[in-house]
Design a binder for this molecule. Structure first.
Ligand code: ATP
Ligand code: MG
Length: 501
């Protein structure tokens, strides 16, 4: 994909230029570098700003009021406490670095600081990430043809591709990530080297793989990214279980194999700009299918169709999803949400056939907090199957039913006083009179919600307790009628809101 490159005269936020100007004022060099320069040339808003300099960490710390320094790689965070823009709160300043040795294939054994910008550019992954930009002079230092590659939309390794991937195999995944984020192609020699060095991913830490995986999933083209991972032989080091779905036909109404269906479902969730957990659930919802397929390919002889069943695939899939996310060290809370969505994605939603209690069960299973996400996964699943969207009426009806069963029912439970307290205050024995009093109180509160305080309820109860049982029953029954009437009103409002009956 070709990209338009803007001119090199950018408006740099003052919070950033203040950092480079300060360093220069102390006699150092300072350049913007990496993703922010790439994004400036692409006309995108940088997600964060990185500065590279010939100052060593101590000198950087000295130059600013508030900094933090907490890694082994020389990076100093320069803190801006005034700005409200998240991307400007911390500007990362790193001395020019050279790296040596990658014995564990994870992180450089040691980093040493250098006086020369060239050394720093040489250690960077791709040419498009190795452009330095001097904001005061609007000047670029582009030793590897990064600007040309940017204009062509090409991801090309800096230096000898094979050596660079052998040094740090995470770069193979990063190449795919930049493809997914920017739609760039990977240059041929770089691609070949990725395939040759993919095996190095086996010894990369799960946390680093997870971070790139998340960026691929959150990008505009997550499915293309995963497809590319498969082509380049990276997928088996990241999501081996997903590969099992390749070529697994589903028969029946399904045109796609499991793998393609999952990618299409994910793609739809990205098109709808869904959050990470919904995208992950979309990707994994049928991951249990390959292991649960029972087939009667025999039917194909008579009907021309293959029929398969996948009983329990959502249970198996939930277990697999849980393991995948645990292996990749996802935070527990996020993983639990995704697992729930996968576990309960098989719910029956034909509004002409289901009852409220089926909907209530669905809500109880997946949890109130996850219901609407589950509906999103369902919508993506349909599109990913090649089925049309749910008919608008049925969808509205189902949404209405969910809201109806989730509403807080009108009941004596809403009162700021309960039966036990009433018996204590009124010195009444347990029996129907307490129920009548509660319902009579509910009627009062429905008429005038300001009466729902312990004090006023107690006073009213004391008056009611003087009545004989027959009179009290009449009031209690009236309260029950009123409760039903009000409940109907709430229901009819929910239905009106969804334009259904
Ligand atoms: P983003 O906009 O998503 O932050 P980025 O290119 O800034 O993208 P980062 O992971 O923030 O990506 O890395 C910042 C820069 O550091 C990169 O642009 C690249 O120059 C360099 N870099 C990061 N990781 C590596 C690596 N594994 N090998 C070599 N250089 C790297
Ligand atoms: Mg960055």
């Amino acid at each position: 994909m070709k990209k338009a490159i803007s001119g090199a005269n950018f408006e740099i936020p003052q919070e950033v230029s203040q950092v480079t100007t300060t360093l220069k004022g102390r006699g150092f060099e300072a350049y913007l570098i990496g993703g922010c320069v790439r994004d400036l040339f692409l006309g995108k808003k940088p997600k964060d700003w990185d500065v590279t300099t010939n100052a060593i960490p101590e000198k950087i710390i000295e130059a600013f009021d508030k900094t933090f320094y907490e890694n082994n790689f020389g990076t100093v965070g320069v803190v801006n406490e005034v700005t409200t823009d998240e991307t400007l709160k911390v500007i990362e300043v790193t001395p020019y670095r050279t790296e040596s040795g990658y014995t564990d294939k994870r992180r450089p054994d040691s980093v040493s600081f250098s006086k020369h910008l060239e050394d720093d550019l040489k250690r960077r992954d791709f040419t498009i990430n190795a452009i330095a930009y001097d904001c005061e002079e609007s000047r670029t230092v582009d030793l590897y043809g990064g600007l040309t590659d940017l204009s062509k939309g090409l991801i090309r390794a800096v230096g000898n591709a094979r050596e660079r991937f052998a040094e740090d195999a995470l770069r193979t995944l990063r190449a795919v990530r930049f493809h997914a984020e920017h739609g760039f192609e990977i240059e041929e020699a770089t691609k070949k080297a990725i395939i040759e060095e993919a095996h190095g991913l086996a010894s990369i830490s799960k946390e680093r793989i997870r971070d790139e995986f998340i960026k691929i999933i959150q990008s505009e083209r997550p499915s293309e990214g995963l497809q590319l991972c498969r082509e380049l032989g990276l997928l088996k080091y990241m999501l081996p279980d997903l590969e099992k779905g390749i070529g697994v036909e589903q028969g029946g109404a399904h045109t796609f194999d499991v793998w393609t269906h999952l990618l299409k479902t994910l793609e739809h969730s990205a098109n709808k700009n869904m959050p990470l957990h919904v995208r992950l659930a979309a990707l994994f919802h049928d991951i249990g299918k390959p292991d649960t397929r029972r087939g009667s390919a025999g039917d194909s002889a008579t009907t021309g169709k293959k029929d398969y069943t996948f009983y329990g695939h959502e249970v198996v899939g939930a277990r697999m999803t849980s393991k995948i996310l645990k292996d990749l060290k996802f935070p527990r809370e996020l993983a639990e949400k995704v697992v729930k969505l996968v576990r309960w994605h098989m719910f029956f939603s034909d509004t002409e056939q289901i009852t409220n209690s089926a909907v209530r069960r669905m809500v109880a299973n997946v949890g109130k907090d996850n219901v609407w996400d589950l509906m999103e996964v369902r919508a993506c699943d349909r599109i990913g199957t090649g089925r049309p969207k749910e008919s608008p009426y049925r969808l509205r009806k189902y949404h209405s039913m969910i809201e109806e069963v989730m509403r807080d029912p009108i009941s004596v439970g809403m009162l700021k006083i309960n039966g036990a307290k009433l018996m204590e205050v009124l010195k009444e024995a347990p029996g129907p009179r307490i129920g009548y009093i509660l319902h009579a109180l509910l009627e009062e509160v429905l008429e005038d919600p300001t009466k729902n305080t312990e004090e006023s309820l107690e006073k009213m109860a004391q008056r009611l307790a003087t009545l004989d049982t027959a009179e009290l029953k009449k009031l209690g029954d009236a309260g029950k009628d009123k409760k039903e009437e009000e409940d109907e009103k709430v229901l009819s409002e929910i239905r009106k809101k969804h334009w259904v009956q």
